[in-house]
Design a protein around this ligand. Structure first.
Ligand SMILES: [Mg+2]
Length: 433
């Protein structure tokens, strides 16, 4: 039985070296509100986190502590019997719901808690999360989803039918994942705060490691964006894939102009060109710059946003986030809707813990939902994996399938001690200097 919730404010000073910098977020300190479910008798529970970029991480910790009280008194058997229970207990708290609804700090907090429950269940089953879900019946997977507000697009019976249509091939695809892993691309060479020399060095090193799909940050002034694309092609040639990410800085007409100017450099996708809430703006850009496709989703705060992006045919890639959406349950809902729309799911990752999380989600998509890796890639960024007990493993630009039980999010106690804000030694040192 859950008897308490431990929530901690963990921050990494990534801004000191411009790691993670982009046009909208020049100085992120990659951070997480980290939650542990405390079980009766000290039995093993689960861990989860939600990702932020520094200031405000404490608000997520507070929300986790408040919302998390809804889970106390329930057992893992309760959550196992009803896969939608944790999600309902957290998202249907009417007073907290007022602060969203289903967006912002309360939704980020719910994600950390819901993911901690899935971590606990899959650990107890002795399976990595992707495998735990891959071995459930179609009906059981669908039972995790709250179809309210989405059944006009995807009713429950149709969701089950879509899952059922892929059921026969699941075992073969599990074997394929264990053998070959899952394709990926890297963002680590092209943060906006990096100098040209730094970018060239990182691109060459990543290429030598086996990466063939890269993403660079744009959204500075237009000439510098064009120069970055030119630098990329000059460094690695035309035989590799290039996507660009503007992190929301443009207006619709600016985005169209910028994409047209970068088009000669063979752009695979353009990510977050404008406000993440502007569904019709994305549609206008997509129509104007086709066949270049638009990617978004890392700031799409719930399944209803994704439903509208998909209904409007406004996006060409669906970038789910493991902890902006309310955990595994809401991600399953979005991946099923993307499948209906025939839009590839390419998760947002990087940050801290996001790569560890989303590898499971793409693998669930492949085994249970889409049945294909065609046009699908998981984002990769190279930082902060050393703080996790079971970090991602990459070989030749592909994620290897995780094998440790759980959701791969356990952080080393020593890391948490060192980076806890504001009293961990990394932060007290900064105050002194
Ligand atoms: Mg992005």
């Amino acid at each position: 039985m859950i008897v308490g919730i431990d929530a901690r404010d963990i921050r990494f000073p990534t801004s000191r070296h411009s790691h993670g910098s982009d046009a909208m977020n020049p100085d992120p300190d990659y951070s997480c509100a980290y939650v542990t479910l405390l079980m009766q008798g000290g039995k093993p529970g689960g861990n989860g986190l939600t990702f932020t970029i520094g200031r405000g991480n404490d608000l997520c910790v507070s929300a986790i502590q408040g919302l998390g009280k809804n889970l106390i008194g329930y057992t893992l058997d309760d959550f196992e019997e009803d896969l939608g229970l944790a999600s309902r207990l957290l998202l249907h708290d009417s007073q907290y719901r007022w602060l969203g609804p289903e967006k912002g700090v309360v939704h980020l907090a719910a994600a950390a808690l819901i993911n901690a429950v899935w971590d606990a269940l899959s650990k107890r089953a002795g399976q990595p999360l992707w495998r735990y879900i891959s071995e459930m019946s179609s009906k059981r997977i669908a039972s995790a989803i709250d179809f309210r507000h989405m059944r006009d697009y995807l009713p429950e019976a149709e969701a089950i039918a879509r899952l059922e249509a892929q059921a026969d091939g699941r075992h073969g695809r599990i074997a394929t994942l264990l053998e070959d892993g899952y394709p990926a691309y890297t963002t680590s060479a092209g943060w906006i705060g990096y100098s040209d020399d730094n970018i060239i060095r990182r691109l060459k090193a990543a290429h030598a490691e086996g990466w063939r799909h890269f993403k660079i940050k744009v959204g500075g002034d237009l000439q510098s964006d064009i120069d970055r694309c030119a630098l990329f092609r000059k460094t690695l040639g035309n035989d590799v894939r290039l996507s660009v990410d503007a992190n929301q800085v443009w207006d619709v007409s600016e985005a169209v102009n910028a994409v047209e100017a970068m088009a000669p450099y063979d752009i695979y996708w353009v990510e977050e060109p404008i406000s993440p809430d502007d569904v019709l703006g994305h549609k206008a850009i997509a129509d104007a710059v086709a066949p270049i496709r638009i990617a978004t989703g890392e700031h799409a705060h719930n399944k209803v946003m994704f439903k509208q992006f998909l209904q409007a045919e406004a996006i060409g890639f669906c970038q789910i986030d493991a902890c902006r959406l309310a955990g595994v349950n809401e991600v399953l809902a979005v991946m099923l809707m993307a499948d209906k729309a025939n839009i590839p799911v390419c998760p947002h990752a990087g940050g801290v813990g996001l790569c560890e999380y989303v590898q499971h989600l793409s693998m669930i998509d492949y085994v249970c939902i889409s049945g294909t890796m065609e046009e699908r890639v998981i984002e990769h960024a190279a930082h902060l994996h050393e703080h996790f007990c079971h970090p991602i493993e990459i070989r030749n630009g592909r994620y290897l399938a995780p094998t440790a039980p759980g959701y791969s999010i356990d952080m080393w106690p020593e890391s948490m001690k060192q980076f806890e804000f504001p009293h961990g030694e990394v932060w007290t040192e900064e105050t002194v200097t």
